[in-house]
Design a protein around this ligand. Structure first.
Ligand code: N01
Length: 485
């Protein structure tokens, strides 16, 4: 069987399958390293805005994070260590991009970028969400004579100190990169189309050495800390999914952060979003508002009209001379395993199946695509539940199907369209009262307007992924126990 992707989802899957006794597993990864987003994102200021003691695999607790919110490089190092520690490296083929996956005769044939082929009984797409950079269609962008870099493809040789830098976009990434570049750059112009609410948190705080010592000495305490944080994230799920005083309190805090940190009424007005806090993926920062108020940093809310050879012209006719343009413009978040060409049963392509947006059953199965599963697939950007836990639960669910295959109980398994539609209806109903549905544009929305998130709590996720629900699947069987490919 083949797992595509060696990021958070792929590592969780490889580990889970190994624990379940599957030895014939190959992980194909297009990057030159494991880690997924943590390999591809190397922009200055990269920090995880989820506390590290929960941003980790349940099976690989790390006691000695250097900071409460770890930096990108430390998280990436953690992924390498996990892969080594659990002996997963031998299964992973780096620099191997799957360009097509085609189903026929009960098997999948995968082709990589060099034309190499591999045949598999099962394919598990752990290809990520924040994966394909979104490059904005701004007139003249190609004419700029200086460097133009997307944050997810940062060039380590890029010099920013002493330069006039433009940063376009104000999601979690734009806010981090502006904060990091402002102190060294000659100037930073932050081009913001829609301002974001920003929750203040002391993101640079160190994790005291004594904590690491304690957690190492007492693994049970470490486990209790992890469980406690999981429970605390349940509170976050409640806040985003259910209107209540708790949601209003967090929203009031977001407004307070702006009021307390930005004194100038004009700047504050320009930074005030026209939608509710928490509606978009919430940005957390302890440094952004301060960075923006430096004399050499500027907020630009006028629409970008065009990029010229030497800078950016805005709709008010002003032209700013620049040395470097940073695109913090996010990702094509609904691509999932695309641009890989995926061809399922009866020649149906994933593009055809998803013509109206990505659609999957319980984040993991797609009608028309037998013996194919996704980990962190549609509806999996949870917005509130640990991604690692979501990936581990999904991998366990898939392992249950694979176990049935190994025992000869099934040959093929495919989710029904009816079950997938029912799941989509349940998701849509549950989305109603969520904060994501209160009127903002965000990367959570698909082209047809649905919200591609998980609107349920963790208990529901655990129940839905607890064990396969046969009634929702079509299985075929010839009844022969077999080794797997
Ligand atoms: O991307 P985004 P991101 N002209 O899509 C703007 C995770 N993450 O990379 O809102 C001008 O949020 C766009 O403007 P608008 C986290 O889940 C995690 O920042 O469309 N502007 C928006 O401001 C996060 O949510 C960490 O009007 C244009 C921005 O670009 C996710 O990654 C750290 C434009 C895109 O924001 C994505 O965040 C970093 C255009 N043509 C990221 N096109 C952690 O700490 C787009 N924009 C874990």
């Amino acid at each position: 069987m083949v797992v595509i992707g060696a990021g958070v989802a792929g590592i969780a899957t490889a580990y889970t399958l190994q624990q379940a006794g599957f030895t014939d597993v190959v992980v194909l990864e297009k990057g030159t390293d494991v880690g997924g987003v943590w390999h591809w994102n190397r922009y200055p200021g990269l920090t995880c805005d989820v506390p590290s003691q929960i941003y980790q695999f349940s099976f690989a607790p790390k006691a000695d994070w250097s900071r409460v919110w770890a930096t990108g490089p430390e998280i990436q190092q953690y992924h390498r260590e996990v892969v080594d520690r659990f002996g997963l490296a031998d299964r992973i083929r780096l620099d191997t991009e799957v360009v097509s996956a085609e189903y026929g005769g009960d098997t999948w044939t995968l082709t990589d970028q060099r034309g190499g082929q591999i045949v598999a009984d099962f394919v598990i797409c752990a290809t990520g969400v924040l994966h394909n950079p979104a490059i904005p269609d701004i007139p003249g962008l190609a004419d700029f004579t200086g460097p133009v870099v997307h944050t997810a493809r940062w060039d380590d040789d890029l010099v920013t100190d002493g330069r006039r830098v433009a940063v376009i976009g104000t999601g979690s990434t734009g806010v981090q990169v502006v904060s990091a570049l402002a102190p060294g750059a000659r100037s930073v112009a932050h081009f913001v189309r829609s301002p974001q609410w920003i929750l203040w948190a002391p993101m640079g705080i160190r994790q005291p050495a004594v904590v690491a010592h304690l957690l190492r000495q007492a693994p049970r305490v470490h486990g209790a800390v992890y469980d406690g944080l999981l429970r605390a994230s349940g509170l976050l799920a409640d806040i985003v999914t259910t209107p209540s005083w708790r949601r209003r309190a967090v929203q009031a805090y977001a407004r307070l952060c702006l009021r307390l940190q930005v004194a100038d009424p004009e700047l504050r007005a320009a930074l005030t979003p026209d939608y509710q806090p928490l509606c978009k993926r919430q940005v957390v920062s302890g440094t952004y508002y301060a960075a923006l108020q430096r004399p050499d940093t500027e907020l630009v809310t006028d629409r970008i009209e065009r990029v010229t050879a030497t800078g950016i012209t805005t709709a008010d006719g002003r032209h700013r001379e620049l040395d470097l343009i940073v695109l913090a413009t996010g990702f094509r978040t609904h691509d999932y395993m695309r641009p890989m060409r995926v061809v399922g049963r009866d020649g149906i392509t994933l593009d055809e199946a998803w013509a109206n947006g990505p659609r999957g059953y319980r984040m993991t199965a797609v009608p028309g695509f037998p013996n194919l599963f996704t980990v962190l697939g549609p509806n999996s950007p949870t917005g509130s539940i640990s991604l690692q836990l979501s990936a581990e639960l999904t991998a366990g669910y898939i392992a249950a199907w694979l176990g049935r295959y190994r025992r000869g109980e099934i040959d093929t398994v495919e989710v029904t369209a009816e079950a997938t539609d029912r799941f989509a209806r349940d998701v849509a109903d549950a989305m109603g009262p969520t904060v994501w549905n209160t009127g903002c544009s965000s990367w959570y929305r698909t082209e047809d307007g649905t919200i591609d998130l998980w609107p349920f709590d963790r208990t529901t996720m655990e129940r839905m992924l607890g064990r396969p629900d046969d009634a929702d699947f079509i299985v075929t069987t010839s009844g022969t126990g077999r080794p797997t490919r």
